[in-house]
Design a protein around this ligand. Structure first.
Ligand SMILES: [Zn+2]
Length: 258
């Protein structure tokens, strides 16, 4: 008797699983030069977030040529997005290729600046809108500490970055994902790392005690790339951090949230 129930159960399970297997067949896509996740998502009519989730991609700007990505099934019902740390509504809207106004309307959000991690946001599935692709990079603070020197004129010289001071050995993190294009020692800078974030941006991390990456590494935002030191022209332990756009030093404070 128990055996019969077992067989029925197996049969039922097989019947249930068959259509699930069928509908969950995935498409695959191999990333080519010039592709962006936004283009791929648009072509397959899925959201960037869905592709990122299905492939465990942490940053949509960090995809590699030749990388094979799973294209999840197209879904038509509304989805729910759980707000992560540091996310803004405009990032979420961009990720799903829908307008910010639409998210605010559907969720009846009174103040778009007041969203909190863990909050559930309904993402409408209809009518993706065109979104801007050439956004500014989203840098995070590369180290904990206090600012001992700002960008700008300093005596007779010009200070091309900011100095973040802290104890020797304090971890230094990649401000945004990118490729390490220099890792070594440079005059004045001491032990230096330069990361290329594409979109014309480079970041510099100088005076390091020890570099923790090598040239050619693709690093993720927040990855520990070095430890704070005093190498090069430094009187005390600090990180000298530069942001360069098309080679021109920018004030890093314009990119960092307070
Ligand atoms: Zn400096």
């Amino acid at each position: 008797m128990a055996k019969n129930i077992f067989y029925y159960f197996v049969l039922l399970l097989a019947l249930l699983l068959y259509p699930i297997n069928y509908v969950s067949a995935h498409d695959y896509y191999t990333i080519r030069k010039g592709d962006t996740l936004i283009h791929i998502a648009r072509n397959f009519q899925v959201s960037v977030q869905e592709i990122m989730a299905a492939n465990n991609i942490k940053n949509p700007d960090c995809i590699l040529i030749g990388q094979q990505v799973v294209i999840p099934n197209q879904k038509k019902e509304n989805q729910t997005h759980v707000v992560g740390r540091g996310e803004t509504l405009s990032h979420i809207a961009k990720g799903y290729q829908i307008s910010l106004a639409e998210i605010i309307r559907i969720n009846q959000i009174k103040n778009p600046d007041l969203i909190y991690p863990g909050q559930k946001i309904v993402i409408p599935s209809n009518n993706p809108v065109n979104i801007q692709e050439d956004s500014e990079p989203n840098f995070i603070w590369p180290a904990e500490g206090w600012i001992s020197s700002y960008f700008g004129k300093r005596g007779d010289n010009f200070h091309f970055g900011i100095d973040v001071a802290n104890e020797i050995g304090t971890p230094i993190m990649a401000a945004e994902c990118g490729e390490v294009i220099f890792c070594g020692t440079a005059s004045g800078y001491g032990k230096l790392i330069i990361i290329d974030h594409s979109k014309e941006y480079l970041t510099y991390y100088a005076h390091n005690l020890k570099n923790n990456v090598k040239e050619g590494d693709v690093v993720f935002q927040g990855q520990i790339i070095a430890f704070m030191g005093t190498t090069g022209n430094a009187t005390g332990p600090h990180l000298h951090f530069e942001v360069r756009k098309n080679g021109v030093p920018q004030d890093p404070m314009d990119f960092l949230h307070q």
